[in-house]
Design a protein around this ligand. Structure first.
Ligand code: GLA
Length: 388
């Protein structure tokens, strides 16, 4: 049975809204900035009832991908319907001490989003990795009543953030990355040791978020992708999702980060290796448990591709097109967010640098703010998704 047949209702319900959408692409504001000549990404996404968006930051990496850079915000304004703070909502930025909050940078992003008519997502209420906890939280003395104190610290955090952005942020990555890549279990942190188990922490996070946002979208977000070397981690995520369902934990959506990667050249496809059948099986298992899907942090690592820019851009675009074509078959897939729109400001420059020391070209626009083949292929895939 083909996937389309396996998911008739969801696919149909996604398409049902399309007929009523106005034809976009010829009206003002529908075309992108830069040198792009096709419809804007968000307009193309809207054709199948979705939104396209991007991470944005307050002043990161020299202000490049930030609300302070008009050339960057021009692209965000032209292409995106939704934005997400790259770092500014994380504990390290919002909570300098146990009973001190600092929202200066996040408030600036929220104000920018509001002034520019962009929806705003929340990333993240809890990044459950000690590496990304503030130092004070890793070293915290939970005292004589550790369970109570850990619960107080966590619920206060979630209530404070969701109250502050109430009405503006309705979709949150409640928990980001809770699995230990090596042990395959959930990660221990100071909070989990105080509360007795990682699950106690994660469950409380989601229950608190649900109390705060009865109609909000609560997301578990993690670094899944379709390369063969992601299989074990994807299985770990499925087990976690199963556990949430068994325990009645209110999780609506699986956030698939989608930092997709060409780590070698597969002679059969001419692009990076990807395990399409296994990936579909993974997605099917998640949606069969009732989860919606979201692409939360899309970009492309191009390590194995040659230096030549035209060739590299073409291969990155082709690889991403294949990925989007599969993802967009799922009516359960809602929003699509890139982890930045301009190569030069994208985190991969530091995280996955190329051996030739050239820039990684994994986002829709070049450092010169020019639209790349990747952008065009995403638009084309979105158009195809809308016409079935
Ligand atoms: C992970 C996190 C993001 C971000 C990226 C790197 O994917 O979820 O918040 O930190 O790493 O930029």
């Amino acid at each position: 049975m083909s996937l389309r047949n396996a998911l008739p209702m969801s696919r149909r319900s996604a398409l049902a809204g399309i007929a009523s959408l106005p034809l976009l692409g010829c009206g003002s504001g529908a075309l992108s900035g830069g040198n792009a000549t096709s419809e804007a990404l968000n307009a193309a996404a809207q054709r199948s009832g979705r939104r396209f968006g991007s991470a944005i930051n307050w002043n990161g990496r020299g202000g490049g991908g930030s609300i302070q850079n008009p050339q960057y915000t021009d692209i965000i304004n032209a292409e995106c319907g939704i934005v997400v703070p790259e770092n500014e909502l994380k504990w390290q930025w919002t909570r300098p001490a146990v009973d001190v909050y600092d929202f200066e940078r996040m408030d600036a992003i929220a104000a920018w989003a509001e002034a520019n008519g962009k929806a705003l997502r929340g990333h993240t209420l809890l990044w459950h990795r000690p590496q990304w906890f503030p130092e004070w939280l890793n070293n915290y003395d939970y005292g004589a009543n550790p369970v109570q104190e850990a619960e107080r610290i966590l619920t206060d955090h979630i209530r404070t953030l969701t109250d502050r952005y109430r009405g503006q942020i309705t979709s949150y990555d409640v928990v980001n990355e809770a699995i230990d890549h090596d042990s395959h279990g959930t990660l221990e942190t100071s909070l989990s040791r105080a509360m007795g188990s990682p699950e106690a922490v994660l469950d409380l996070a989601f229950h608190t978020a649900r109390e705060q946002l009865p109609d909000g979208e609560l997301v578990y977000n993690d670094y899944m992708s379709w390369e063969p070397d992601h299989r074990a981690h994807c299985n770990d995520v499925l087990r976690l999702l199963e556990g949430f369902r068994k325990r009645g934990v209110p999780v609506d959506t699986l956030g698939i980060q989608s930092h997709i990667e060409i780590y070698s050249i597969d002679p059969a496809s001419g692009v990076g290796p990807y395990a399409e059948a296994e990936w579909r099986a993974f997605l099917n298992e998640a949606v069969d448990m009732g989860y919606k899907l979201m692409i939360t942090e899309f970009d492309v690592k191009d390590k194995a591709l040659p230096s030549d820019i035209a060739l590299r851009d073409a291969k990155v675009a082709e690889y991403a097109r294949r990925y989007f074509d599969v993802m967009l078959e799922y009516g359960e897939l809602t929003d699509i967010l890139a982890w930045g729109m301009v190569d030069g400001f994208n985190w991969l420059q530091g995280f996955a640098p190329r051996d030739d020391e050239m820039e990684v070209r994994g986002t829709p626009f070049s450092t010169e703010y020019q639209a790349k083949p990747l952008r065009e292929e995403i638009v084309a895939s979105l158009h195809e998704a809308a016409t079935g």
